[in-house]
Design a protein around this ligand. Structure first.
Ligand code: DX5
Ligand code: ZN
Length: 224
């Protein structure tokens, strides 16, 4: 079952609760936390996530694009984030961090920038609930999807299957009606979409249309 996570980076930050309600039916709300150090952009932090969590029933997927995620990630889980992807490039001790996130009751996820391979993290898979393969360089919404990431999505899906683990595989960046099928065929099952959802006239309908495309493509991939 394909999951669609609208990225609120493309929502109106002055109306976050209404924008969360505008994507009713979404599986998760994807919240991009940026610190202007790990990425050259600054968004929002813990107080906003806490407030938003109280204003919506949709679970929060807090993508931490920050230096020193160990300092902050457990607090996001404690604040009510159901899923906390942190970046491999920024985590000094990813196993310890994943265990801390899980101990707070959240799903622990490892995020990989385009130039970071999955293979060095193979032995860590049992400690994780999801791998996030970035399909743009993190930092901004509305960038073009990087087709060159499709082989990494396929390799990641194969590794997960080889280990027989229930990990989800998320893609983030440039995911739209034009690109979601390629991602689903390659093995992704959780799709972040910012501009493709909030740029649409009816964001909730965009979520449904994306899910339908992803599910059809995944069906084709498994039957053929
Ligand atoms: C980029 C963020 C993404 C971004 C995606 O660094 O991690 O979540 O909001 O936006 P779109 O879907 O517009 O590429
Ligand atoms: Zn993101």
């Amino acid at each position: 079952m394909a999951q669609i996570n609208p990225s609120m980076l493309s929502a109106d930050f002055a109306r976050l609760a209404e924008e969360a309600a505008a994507v009713k039916g979404a599986d998760w709300l994807h919240i991009d936390v940026m610190d202007n150090h790990f990425v050259p952009n600054l968004t929002l932090g813990l107080p906003v996530v806490e407030a938003l969590g109280k204003a919506t029933d949709t679970p929060l997927d807090c993508h931490l694009m920050i230096e020193d995620p160990a300092r902050w990630a457990p607090a996001y889980a404690e604040a009510g984030a159901g899923s906390v992807p942190f970046h491999a490039e920024a985590a000094a001790a990813p196993v310890r961090l994943a265990r801390e996130i899980r101990a707070q009751g959240a799903r622990a996820s490892l995020a990989l920038k385009p130039a970071t391979p999955i293979e060095p993290y193979e032995d860590l898979l049992p400690e994780l609930d999801m791998i996030l393969v970035m399909t743009v360089e993190p930092g901004f919404g509305g960038q073009a999807f990087l087709d060159i990431m499709l082989p990494k999505i396929r390799r990641t899906r194969r590794l997960i299957e080889r280990h027989g683990l229930p990990l989800w595989l998320q893609v983030d960046g440039g995911v739209s009606a034009d690109t979601i099928e390629r991602c689903a065929e390659a093995g992704a099952d959780v799709f972040v979409a910012g501009s493709a959802v909030y740029g649409a006239e009816d964001p909730a309908a965009a979520v449904r249309a994306l899910r339908e495309r992803a599910e059809k493509a995944a069906g084709r991939a498994t039957s053929g």
